[in-house]
Design a protein around this ligand. Structure first.
Ligand code: FES
Length: 67
């Protein structure tokens, strides 16, 4: 049973949005860094766009982190 408030972003590696947000907060501000930190996007690669969206929303490493 999954918490619907915490959707799985990367189905292959079962990485949830909250895990990615936590990694963003720890300074992993791009896809390669998030992949290294969480394992997300190390399977089929289909989740790349969704992860990039989270990165953009978080400020994309510009220092404008919204979290
Ligand atoms: S859904 Fe993330 S690597 Fe496949």
């Amino acid at each position: 049973m999954r918490d619907t408030d915490d959707p799985v972003v990367c189905v292959c590696m079962e990485v949830t949005e909250s895990e990615l947000v936590a990694a963003l907060e720890q300074g992993h501000r791009d896809l390669p860094a998030l992949r290294a930190a969480t394992g997300a996007n190390s399977g089929c690669g289909d989740c790349a766009a969704d992860i990039e969206e989270l990165v953009e929303f978080a400020g994309g490493g510009t220092g404008g982190c919204a979290w």
